[in-house]
Each structure stands twice: as C-alpha cells, then as structure tokens.
Design a protein. Sequence first.
Length: 209
Amino acid sequence: MYKFFYAVIILALLIGCSKVEPILTEKDIQGITYSYSEHVFINAMFITYVISTLSEDAHKPTSVESLRMYIEGFERANKRRDIYKSVEKIVYNSLSNKYNDQIVKEIDEAYKKLNVISNYLSEYMMKNNTYSSEFMKNITNLRENIKNLLPKIYPQNDNKDITLYNLIAHPEDVVEEYSKEQIEQFLTTLNSSMDHLLNIQEKYKTEKK
C-alpha cells in the first residue's frame, strides 16, 4: 500500500512537470514501475471475477446485477488510466536496463493486449442485458481461453514466476530465474494466446444479435 501511494505522488509530480528527469531517483522509478504493473493485476482480477461469477452465479438475478455494478465501477476507473500512459516511457526505459529490445517490445504488446481484452469483456457484458443461451455459450468459450491465459499474466506463487506482472514489477527476480531465450519464448506464447483470444472476441463483437 505504501508503494502505491508513493507512486501516485510521484505520478502527480510528473504530470505537473515538463522536465521530469532531474527529479527522478532510482527509488522513484521503481515506485512508478510497480504502480504501472498494478494495472496488470487490476485487469487480471477484473477478468477473473467476471468469468467466475458468470460460471457459478449467472442464474441468480442479484449476482448478475452486482456484476453489472462491478463492471460499471471498472469502466469508471478505466477512464483515469491515462495516468499509466503518461509514464510508459519511464517504465520501458527502466525495463530496457534489464531486458533486450525485443523482450521490452513484447512486454509492451502484451500489456496493451490485456487492456483490450478486459475492455472488450466489459463492453460485451454491458451490451447484453439478457443472458441468452448463445451469450452463455460464448462466455463459456471465453472462460476456457481466459482460464489458460491468467496464469501467464499474474503469479500464482512468488516473484520468480514468469508472468507479465512479474516481468514488469520484478525484473531482477525473473532474469535471475530464467534465461533470455526462456523469457522470449514465454512472451511469444503469451502474445500468441492473447491474439487467439482477441480473434474470438472480435468474432463475437461482429456477430449479429
């Protein structure tokens, strides 16, 4: 929690300053990077909650209504995500000290794809007022693909798990545990899995109601 509030203060300073480099210490950069990685956590928890609720309680009107309120809250919070964009350069410059250019590029791609995945799920849920059998069939398909994707996004055990979150928040731990080739292969697989899910989402998005 301390790191979060510390990062928010630094972010506020950055937004108000035209020359940011002179005020940034190594601790500042670590705090900003940690806060940036928390957006991965937020997206992962959002997707997990939506999918699990639909799997277990979709037949309960109160659960569905609570879910819609949760999604509305997520959408309101997402309107403030420009604060993350404002520090991308700082974050990826920092990561370039730990990884090669290809790895940094693929981390950035995966981060952006995760945002698209969660935004799509939010929009898809809000546009479907009644959960028809076809809708639930689509959700089941999405759930299976997302279930396989989530362990690659957020760690199940510790900081040394190779996940998108740890690649941003704990690069030192990841490079200590995995080789450059292993990290590159992981990111290739992750981005491929995300592309597959995005293709499914796009198909559902363009389907006639």
